[in-house]
Design a protein around this ligand. Structure first.
Ligand code: ADP
Ligand code: ZN
Length: 860
């Protein structure tokens, strides 16, 4: 029986985009064929296909396309970018051969032969191994086009894709599609320029005279007034001279036409004549306009002459040895903020560059500030930057630079782990504990874990850096030989750790009013800081103005009509116009937004049920801004969160803050990341509790991380910093350990709970999420899925705990009900066996949307 089918139980036909026509079937991973190289990882216990022969199913559906294709022997296997969870075999017409692995082609797919983009994953599949098995090979369809002349992905990235497809239970085509930026596929910003070089005719001309052209000159002059003399006048001569001087004698060395005309000081008509006469030749060449991606100003390029302290030296020596060994390994660099981690990354990369290799540095998107980018750009000449703040043209330009091998360091967000670095020596994952490294749409990969895998495939070293490493990484250091923990326990130059002060918000005396967001101690300290012309950062991890709009008499709350959530009130700068509608009068200061589906709605002044006034409770950054304006009218306050800014504005704002033109930055967690502002002497955590009670087993870990991270922003110079942490739950371990800056203590305590509950990092977790607009149908499908899982567990005698089906924490999003099944297994290989089995199964009926999240990070 063939292993994998397009319509597997995990990817029902609705999502898979139609019936298979030329199904590749079994040979995936079968020994001896080229496919073994590409998919070796897929075989064995974790494999998806079981190497069986072709099944009869699907063969009849295959259609013949173009008899001429029969003449060729070339068959390739492709993964289609749209969702089909299978690979397919196609014939390649002679004129389109050769095609290599990693190259993109267009193929007719499905009954209607819709043209789809696909990646070649196996080249030259032997006919007897193609799905047709020799007897009906001629019925394969033919590819219609090569999309690019060069493969977009090399062998190593193809292997990585295959691993991601298996591990994260995602169709290979979707993984491949996600690995190459859209801007690259579209060729964004590529300009075709006309370039000029001297034709053969000219080269054959003896001597250095510029008057005589070669024998082939001017045979077809359209104007006929050359009279056989190809070079007429000083202008034509000058053009030829310039081309000779600059050695523009081949297509590769051709000179830009505009540049040439300027140098020769003449117009296009002259050039055309020479081209008509074939004295010169004109080629179209793809060029990238040089779009600067490294912002300027702001930070002096220092660091080169910094003398490493003892801890840093030990860390760097260890890493350098690893890099030189050319073998895979991981270093977990656990260093408090300002312990000099970034300096270690930079020096490790310098070592990598000395060895003639290149490095990838991953940062959380929001840490990709101008400051960080500049810091690397100041130390390395050949840098590429990849993040969402770039234009499509810039992104394509940067990617092409990397592929052309013109780059020593790639700095980027999560997906930069896929950048086409040829000779990889090091991958750095900064802030490795960051949840944003997990992609929350397919392919649901974890950037850190893919980085480790990529380093392994490349025989490269991997550095994971953090002030608060994830429990997963801590555990890996304990259990795996390839992982080493290295500590930087002190801040550089013996900077003191900031002083931590707890404010117990349950105590009514600490606030001027029960609705105040700022306690009196924090407000008083803020006043002092402002008086000394120093700066403050206030963190409140919740956007908007109020996160709860409700009627205090009948308890009616404002809910999203598409999702099972309450709406957040967002204020606008100017009052809204036309707020009286058929349903009555609405608040004009703003509107309510659902943070899941982004639906917006006006907020009625009066409760639609009982007619009393609506109230807003809960806190948000907008309310904080308002309170600051009221209590500190003289202070210059800026709010930083994803509502208030596009990334360009964000960079500008940080710049102004750095220059001292803003006194207080108030905002969400984006302030907790890698910012260096020596004049910041006060950090206020307005509420340490915002993460504590979200229903997620990592809530404590997040609370600890966030509080420690933002605390690290204080006192990054001689001036000692102070951190005020406001909380309603001072007894919570996460808060207590964060106050004591006791990471080890926190880890010990938290690990106990995780172990007791068989949670990560001890066991592995996966969530199967089923979605549909119709609840009954969804429930039936969810129970069928549970049955399948139970069967697979029994059949393979797997150790697993299965919970559900149960409603997801947010049980409805965008009108889709959400039911989940939670799977826990003691290790990754058990998880892979389970999902490989499910994937090969026939589809679940009734068909609903199903997604699998392996190692989930967001449990809502
Ligand atoms: P981290 O990444 O751990 O927050 P950084 O590498 O950014 O730490 O170092 C913080 C600051 O201290 C930077 O400005 C850096 O140039 C500087 N620095 C790093 N190492 C040293 C050192 N050994 N002596 C003096 N300054 C240092
Ligand atoms: Zn919604």
């Amino acid at each position: 029986m063939s292993g994998k089918e397009t319509t597997s139980s995990l990817f029902p036909p609705e999502e898979a985009g139609g019936k298979p026509v030329s199904q590749a079937g079994g040979p995936r991973g079968a020994g001896g064929t080229p496919s073994t190289q590409t998919f070796g990882r897929g075989t064995g216990a974790g494999g998806i296909g079981n190497g069986g022969g072709a099944s009869g199913r699907g063969q009849d559906a295959r259609e013949t396309q173009g008899r001429d294709a029969l003449a060729t022997n070339h068959i390739i296997r492709v993964a289609i970018e749209s969702a089909a969870d299978s690979e397919f075999d196609y014939l390649v017409p002679e004129e389109l051969w050769p095609i290599v692995v990693g190259q993109r082609v267009e193929v007719p797919f499905g009954k209607k032969n819709k043209i789809e983009a696909a990646f070649c994953v196996v080249t030259d599949v032997p006919r007897e191994r193609s799905f047709a098995g020799g007897k009906s090979g001629g019925k394969l369809k033919s590819i219609v086009r090569r999309v690019e002349e060069e493969p977009l992905l090399g062998a190593q990235l193809m292997e990585l894709a295959s691993w991601i497809s298996d591990y994260y239970v995602c169709p290979l085509g979707q993984v491949l599609a996600a690995m190459v930026p859209g801007a690259v596929k579209r060729g964004a910003g590529v300009k075709k320029r006309r370039c000029v070089y001297l034709g053969d005719g000219w080269e054959q001309t003896p001597g250095d005279g510029v008057v005589g052209a070669g024998p082939r000159a001017c045979p077809s002059s359209s104007e006929g007034n050359h009279g056989g003399l190809p070079l007429r006048g000083a202008k034509q001569k000058r053009i030829v001279e310039v081309l000779r001087e600059r050695g523009a004698v081949t297509a590769d060395s051709a000179l830009d036409a505009a540049e040439l005309l300027e140098a020769a000081d003449c117009g296009a008509a002259v050039l055309k004549k020479l081209a008509d006469g074939q004295v010169v030749r004109i080629v179209q060449r793809k060029v990238f306009p040089d779009l600067p991606v490294v912002p300027e100003g702001m930070m002096p390029a220092k660091g080169r002459d910094v003398v490493l302290n003892d801890d840093q030296r030990v860390a760097l020596e260890h890493i350098s040895r690893q890099v030189q060994s050319g073998r895979f390994g991981v270093t977990l660099l656990h260093g408090v903020t300002d312990s000099g981690k970034t300096e270690i990354y930079i020096r490790a990369i310098e070592e990598v560059v000395r060895l003639g290799k290149a490095a990838i540095v991953l940062l959380p998107e929001i840490a990709l500030t101008a400051q960080t980018v500049q810091r690397f750009a100041a130390r390395f000449e050949r840098v590429a930057v990849l993040h969402s703040g770039l234009t499509a043209r810039q992104r394509n330009q940067e990617w092409q630079k990397v592929r052309a091998g013109q780059v020593d360091v790639v700095i980027g967000a999560r997906s930069a782990v896929f950048s086409p670095v040829g000779n990889l020596g090091l991958v750095v994952v900064d802030e490795e504990h960051e949840p944003s490294y997990k992609q929350d749409s397919t392919p649901r990969y974890h950037g850190r874990d893919v980085a480790i895998k990529r380093a392994q495939l490349a025989g490269a070293h991997c550095i994971l850096g953090s002030a608060t490493p994830s429990l997963e990484s801590i555990q890996n250091c304990k259990l795996r030989d390839s992982f080493t923990l290295v500590r930087l326990p002190k801040r550089v130059m013996d900077l003191p750790m900031p002083e931590m002060k707890l404010v117990d918000m349950r105590d009514g005396r600490v606030k001027e009013h029960h609705l105040s967001l700022l306690s009196d101690p924090l407000a008083e300290r803020l006043a002092e800081v402002l008086a000394r012309k120093e700066q403050a950062i206030l963190l409140l991890n919740r956007r908007g103005y109020s996160n709860f709009v409700f009627c205090s008499s009948c308890r009616h709350t404002l809910q999203c009509r598409n999702c099972d959530t309450s709406l957040t009130f967002h204020k606008v700068r100017r009052p809204l116009a036309n707020v009286t509608t058929a349903t009555g009068s609405h608040m004009d200061q703003g509107y309510a937004i659902c943070h899941y589906c982004l639906a917006q709605t006006l907020v009625p002044r009066d409760c639609p049920l009982c007619g009393r006034k609506m109230t807003m409770i809960g806190v948000g950054t907008q309310r904080l801004e308002e309170e600051l304006a009221r209590r500190f009218p003289q202070a210059r306050v800026a709010r930083v969160d994803s509502d208030s800014m596009a990334s360009q504005d964000y960079y500008r704002l940080l710049q102004e803050f750095g220059q001292g033109r803003i006194d207080i930055l108030a905002g969400t967690q984006i302030l907790a990341k890698g910012l260096h502002f020596p004049n910041v002497t006060l950090v206020g955590v307005v509420s340490a509790d915002t993460c504590l009670y979200i229903p997620d087993f990592r809530a404590n870990e997040r609370t600890f991380q966030l509080t420690s991270q933002v605390a690290g922003r204080a006192g990054r110079s001689e001036k000692r910093g102070v951190v005020y942490v406001q909380t309603y739950f001072p007894e919570q371990p996460a808060v207590k350990f964060a106050m004591a800056q006791d990471f080890e203590g926190f880890v010990r305590e938290e690990m106990k709970h995780r172990q007791a509950c068989d949670l990560p990092p001890f066991w592995r977790l996966a969530i199967v999420m089923l979605r549909d607009q119709k609840f009954e149908k969804l429930e039936t499908a969810a129970h069928a899925m549970r049955q399948r899982i139970d069967d697979a567990v029994q059949r393979h005698r797997l150790e697993a705990k299965i919970r559900g089906p149960m409603p997801a924490v947010i049980s409805r999003i965008e009108r889709f009900h959400r039911i989940q099944i939670i799977v826990q297994t003691p290790d990754a290989s058990t998880m892979r066996r389970l999902f490989a089995t499910l994937r090969a199964d026939r589809p679940i009926r009734p068909a609903v949307k199903i997604s699998v999240d392996i190692d989930p990070v967001n449990l809502l």
